[in-house]
Write a protein that binds this ligand. Sequence first.
Ligand SMILES: NC(=O)c1ccc[n+]([C@@H]2O[C@H](COP(=O)([O-])OP(=O)(O)OC[C@H]3O[C@@H](n4cnc5c(N)ncnc54)[C@H](OP(=O)(O)O)[C@@H]3O)[C@@H](O)[C@H]2O)c1
Length: 313
Amino acid sequence: MEAVICTKYGSPDVLRLETVTRPIPKPNEVLIKIHATSVTASDCIIRGFKLSRWSPMGFMMGLMIGFTKPRNPILGMVLAGDIEAVGENVQRFKPGDSVYGSTFKPNQIRFGAYAEYIALAENGFIAPKPSNVSYEVAAAIPYGVNIALHFLRQGGIQRGQQVLIYGASGAIGTAAVQLASRHFGAQVTGVCSTRNLDLVKSLGANHVIDYTDENFRDHLERYDFVLDAVGKSKSSKLKEQAHGALKPNGKYISIDDGRPGEKLENLVLLKELVEAGHFNPVIDRCYPLQQMAEAHRYVETGHKKGNVVITIP
Ligand SMILES: NC(=O)c1ccc[n+]([C@@H]2O[C@H](COP(=O)([O-])OP(=O)(O)OC[C@H]3O[C@@H](n4cnc5c(N)ncnc54)[C@H](OP(=O)(O)O)[C@@H]3O)[C@@H](O)[C@H]2O)c1
């Protein structure tokens, strides 16, 4: 099968398309023909190992994925595809089922989605794919949604509360805006740059604020919950002010505060929301598997809108 291989950490040029052995599913595993995966901001951090090996996060990451080179040379953590074959003990799936999800195992980071096929445990983070969307759309769901749902739940937001999503145009931000407004019923203010204002409004934000606007203070209100969806490495004057724009019992959470575990029930919930038309993942660009390095270069700019998807016919 064809797969994109990363045998050392570095720039996008370390990614190479190669022919490798197709995996054989164990008795409790399913073999999935992957039709689409996505390139996330996290994929770029991993490919470049952009964390100090001596920071707590960097040390943890090194232990999990390898200090000097990726232990599994095939990166990629989300997928949508079809079950090609099943091991003899598998009960949840049968050949021909369309699925979507993540390569992770409980409490374990695991990759391998930049390939035509992958073998995954049937009790991993895979679930039936929403029936009304393409594989490309399905592959754009698991990453942003899983992280956004985790932090929105931590915020404990209630229907009608005022919520500000800082960084509303990325993979996590576009998921957070839609979930906060349409699923949790909050009054959402989305913060993004000028070119993304219409996009964020279209996702259900009641108000939008441009973080490049000098007069942003005029637009800030008081919030029950502020979610920083771009992380601690990106900032602006508006983000600094957002800390002070909380109601007395308001909460501020950064997306970099903790690592959410994958939850199978999130995939099941999202299937329902997508099929009911209440959630539409945002796709910025699609690239074929052969152009993985280009896709990484684009994601690494830090200015994508929503998700970047890789198609694998
Ligand atoms: N806790 C975890 O386990 C976990 C996991 C994954 C990621 N993260 C964190 O989440 C962050 C976001 O991930 P993502 O995949 O959503 O990123 P992403 O899709 O790459 O985000 C890109 C978006 O960020 C916006 N942006 C860039 N600089 C900004 C700034 N200074 N202020 C406001 N918006 C800005 C860009 O909008 P413009 O082009 O309009 O500027 C762009 O639309 C990551 O960088 C990482 O720190 C945490």
